[in-house]
Design a protein around this ligand. Sequence first.
Ligand code: HEC
Length: 203
Amino acid sequence: MKKTFVLAALLTAFASGATAQDKPKVDPATLEAVTKAMWPKVPEGWEKRVSFDETQKQCSEHRNEPPGAVFDQIKAREIATVKFPADGNVLGDWKSGIRIANDGRGGTFTDRPMTNGANCYACHQLDLAQLSYGTLGPSLHLYGKNRGFKPEEAKATYAKIYNAMSVMPCSMMPRFGYHNFLTEQQMKDVTALLFDPESPVNK
Ligand code: HEC
């Protein structure tokens, strides 16, 4: 009898401990200090990557679930950072795009010059031929086809890749253009991967 009681008490404690309102408050300043301490020898030009911007602070504070007003504020701030190609063409070469999307190499301190794969496959299914892919993000198979290959959808997708938080505040997806992690051409190539009817994504 005693054992059952202890177990029940433990379960109750666990259940109540797991509710959102009981989670300890996050202090963004402490989090930023811990992050910086993990990278004590940041090379020149990388400081921004270990500092929190206003959006990241708000996301930390609200455990990535910002209330409506903060959500809108973040979205407006992030949309303002998106730069579209000057000629308005967001579609590059899908064949180059597939190499970029399936390449997880690069982005390390020692890369000179910086060469980056986009690592999309680590979080998304892209096409049916992939041997493995991550599932943190939704499948992108048939992405352009399901959107009728519409130019305005392609433009919205370029913006998503440029800055994922301009669409979904506190997204886990990297802000590729915002951080200058991918070049304009690389982002165009990956957008073409999702929107070219000939791309394996749409087969
Ligand atoms: C670290 C994981 C991660 C990586 C890497 C990543 N994404 Fe995402 N992506 C996500 C998550 C999580 C979502 C869903 C939440 C959101 O919309 O931001 C998402 C959403 C998307 C969406 C919107 C999906 C929809 O249903 O509208 C697109 C398009 C997208 N990603 C494209 C890409 C492309 C292209 C790349 C590579 C350049 C990429 N992602 C890299 C995690 C990732």
